[in-house]
Design a protein. Structure first.
Length: 579
């Protein structure tokens, strides 16, 4: 029987072990491999099972015929093969470059872009790595390696993790820092078969850090002398736990035992160390009602303004401020923070004083319709805390004006008062030389003027907008407006009727026909230049005639209308000669 070599994703990471052996006549290829990459959240290395390229598939098929004729059986279709990319993407274009850049900086490389790369990485990946190293205090603003950066190079770890170890040893907790680095560098020790929630142990379990909780579980396995059966009973992954143990032994031999900083309790030292490894991954818990908090899974606001949910397995259930150590995108859930670690705001002031700013902002509260001053403590774009602050009058007036103009002047005056006022000036401007009409733009300017010294819409509804609009007329023009375009006119009956002004229309008044008895001339405004349109009303308040010629109405139309009115309204007086 011919010998068969099989390759699958279960082989060593990143490759399928098929050696050139005599007698190999057939190979079985899954078309999959463990491909190196990195988590966009933590930057730590990952190996995900994925399809190989066409070139890799062809190379593997050749293993079946190195010393004699052979055959390769691919466990996927030809169409699948043809859809795959021709060549593998170079690893340097897939992985996080922070560790690579740190090594290059240590070698004195200054210009990373023009460096003679075999395969050039994306410029944005280099820039991100450089920025991260500065945030980790591994390099300075000029790209020079710092003392911390040189110490970080001593550890075979991603810079985030080596930063944790260095900070922990500076605070006298080096061995525990090494264990944390090993836990984060290797596969999750939580058993795959169990749910994340069950790993928490209790619905009421709380703690300062999921990372420290993992450390406690690892140390429980250590107490059981890493017996596989005992590890499995604890709900831990045996292989992952043993891998962490091997890694931590190597790291523990490398850490210093002498503390550089004043001693503190180990838990706080480790929480501070975790922060230094992830200074760009802060999150603030959103302030929600208790029942919403539980149902939402603990909503978080991340640096940059995006939102995320805290995993239900997390023990960090109370901390208002935390570090998102590890997160992932989940279908229909969005970003879920799997591992979190609590921090205190004062730690940021101690470690990153230049990144923390005290900002006072004047903001518009659309719900309360008022300008509010808000003092915010901000770290790298993330609001840590906020409280009401005193308002600057000029800035508040400007913000109120912007919000008021968005609503428009009509929102701050009685019904049609604004349109009536503008129409009065329009009519007078058309009939009186030298008088200028006011427009809606004048009303907007008046609204802005009324905002001076005010902070809310409520204050603008006190008549100040109309007062500011009237103030745009000179004293002489205001007197002319009151006299020549009056709000009311007195009729012969003694009744004062309201003159109706509408933009683009002739002014009119509506009143009962009896109110005009004894009048032979049509009432007018603008010094007699503009006759009013009369709406002559029957007792039912409906117009029987609309006219600007009252004399003509009495002579031509009233006699016939009088007969109908007498029949319908016999109790009213309908004189034969009303004038």
């Amino acid at each position: 029987m011919a010998k068969i070599a099989a390759g699958s994703a279960a082989s060593a990471p990143g490759r399928v072990i098929i050696t050139t052996l005599s007698g190999i006549a057939a190979a079985i290829a899954s078309g999959l491999a463990r491909i190196a990459g990195h988590s966009p959240w933590s930057g730590l290395s990952t190996r995900e099972t994925g399809p190989i390229s066409q070139a890799s598939a062809i190379q593997r098929a050749g293993r079946a015929g190195r010393t004699q004729k052979g055959r390769c059986l691919r466990l996927y279709t030809r169409a699948d093969f043809e859809r795959r990319r021709e060549h593998d993407v170079p690893e340097i274009q897939r992985i996080d470059l922070a560790e690579t850049v740190l090594s290059l900086r240590a070698c004195g490389v200054r210009d990373l872009v023009s460096f003679d790369w075999l395969d050039a990485p994306p410029p944005e990946a280099l820039a991100f790595a450089d920025s991260l190293l500065r945030k980790l205090s591994a390099t300075d603003e000029k790209g020079e390696l710092t003392k911390l950066g040189r110490r970080m190079l001593s550890f075979p770890l991603h810079p985030r993790l080596s930063r944790i170890v260095v900070e922990a040893e500076r605070r006298g907790a080096g061995e525990s820092g090494a264990r944390i680095a090993a836990l984060l560098a290797e596969r999750d020790i939580r058993a795959r078969a169990g749910s994340e929630t069950s790993f928490r142990g209790s619905d009421e379990a709380t703690g300062p850090s999921d990372v420290l909780h993992l450390l406690e579980r690892f140390e429980e396995a250590e107490s059981a002398r890493f017996q596989p059966d005992a590890i499995a009973r604890m709900g831990l992954d045996v292989g992952a736990t043993l891998a962490v143990n091997r890694a931590r032994k190597q790291l523990e031999r490398m850490v210093k035992r002498e503390a550089e900083l004043p001693s503190t309790n180990e838990e706080e030292a480790l929480l501070l160390a975790i922060l230094t490894g992830f200074p760009d991954r802060l999150a603030r818990r959103r302030k929600l009602a208790a029942h919403l908090e539980r149902s939402s899974g603990g909503n978080l606001i991340l640096q940059g303004g995006k939102t995320a949910k805290l995993s239900e397995a997390s023990v960090v259930r109370d901390a208002p401020l935390l570090v998102a150590v590890d997160a992932e995108e989940r279908p229909r859930q969005g970003v879920v923070v799997r591992l979190a670690s609590a921090i205190e705001p004062e730690w940021l002031l101690d470690l990153y004083p230049d990144a923390v700013r005290d900002v006072t902002e004047v903001v518009w509260n659309a719900k309360t319709e008022r300008v509010e001053g808000m003092g915010r403590l901000v770290y790298d774009g993330l609001v840590l805390d906020e409280a009401p602050a005193a308002l600057g009058s000029e800035q508040a007036s400007k913000l109120l004006g912007e919000a008021a103009l968005a609503k428009g002047p009509h929102a701050f005056v009685d019904a049609d008062a604004l349109d009536r006022f503008l129409a009065r000036t329009e009519i007078l401007a058309a009939s009186l030389p030298g008088f200028s009409a006011l427009t809606i733009e004048d009303a907007k300017a008046a609204l802005e003027a009324a905002c001076e010294g005010r902070t809310s819409f409520e204050e603008l509804r006190d008549g100040s907008v109309m007062a500011a609009l009237e103030a745009r007329l000179s004293p002489k023009e205001r007197a002319q407006l009151a006299e020549l375009a009056p709000e009311r006119v007195r009729l012969r009956s003694g009744r004062e009727a309201k003159v109706q002004y509408e933009p683009g229309k002739a002014p009119f008044l509506a009143s009962r026909i009896q109110d005009f008895f004894g009048m032979n001339e049509t009432p007018s405004i603008a010094g007699g230049r503009v006759p009013l349109v009369l709406h002559l009303l029957a007792p039912n308040q409906r117009a029987v005639q609309v006219t600007t010629d009252l004399r003509g109405f009495w002579e031509r139309h009233y006699p016939s209308i009088r007969k109908e009115l007498m029949r319908r309204y016999p109790k009213h007086a309908w004189p034969e000669k009303p004038i």
